[in-house]
Design a protein around this ligand. Structure first.
Ligand code: AMP
Length: 186
């Protein structure tokens, strides 16, 4: 978890490789569906373009189908999910059904001004439709309203690993590995 631009997607790949599990990024799955012009993509696009969350029913069904795939059987890392309380509850049901359990919730903590600068930079280099300045602001706002409160929920369960997300990518990766390897060994 972490605000848009905290580096979740970048770190998710390294962490998933490290543990030999798939990184399941809801944002990437939505973007792939948008570019393939699927029904799901058509439904998701208008929310994404406005910086709003795609409705829970759509998002939850998509994640449920994805984690039922064979490559997720040994475990998986979720990037960008859950983002709402309803998604937290749904995830609990899903993993009860698949026999998994949540090992950790990695929270990347960053300086919010730096985050906005990173997103503006990404907008220039990758040209994502949801990286205009207005949309970036809206996405930060929604994160604060809908997603940040979930950290307290997971903290109560003792799952949160708060990681300093500032600095070079490989430094942040190292911090995450250090925190997660301890859990993996226990
Ligand atoms: P991301 O790449 O994770 O920043 O996601 C890009 C966009 O996809 C978000 O701004 C939302 O519109 C949508 N999205 C991704 N994950 C979720 C989620 N868990 N719940 C609702 N919408 C999501």
């Amino acid at each position: 978890m972490g605000p848009p631009g905290a580096g979740k997607g970048t770190q998710a790949k390294y962490v998933a490789d490290h543990f030999g599990i798939p990184a399941i990024s809801t944002g990437n799955i939505f973007r792939a569906n948008v570019s393939q012009g699927t029904d799901l993509g058509l439904q998701a696009k208008r929310y994404m373009d406005a910086g709003e969350y795609v409705p829970d029913e759509i998002t939850n069904l998509m994640v449920r189908n994805r984690i039922d795939e064979p490559d997720a059987e040994p475990g998986f890392l979720l990037d960008g999910y859950p983002r709402t309380l309803a998604q937290v509850e749904e995830l609990d049901c899903m993993i009860e059904h698949t026999g998994h359990r949540l090992d950790a919730v990695v929270v990347l903590t960053v300086d919010s001004e730096e985050v906005v600068q990173r997103l503006l930079q990404r907008a220039r280099t990758e040209g994502r439709a949801d990286d205009t300045e207005d949309v970036i602001r809206r996405r930060q706002e929604i994160y604060g309203e809908e997603t940040e409160p979930l950290i307290a929920v997971y903290r109560e369960r003792g799952l949160v690993q708060a990681i300093n997300g500032m600095g070079e990518v490989d430094e942040v990766t190292k911090r995450i590995f250090e925190a997660l390897d301890v859990i993996d060994e226990s």
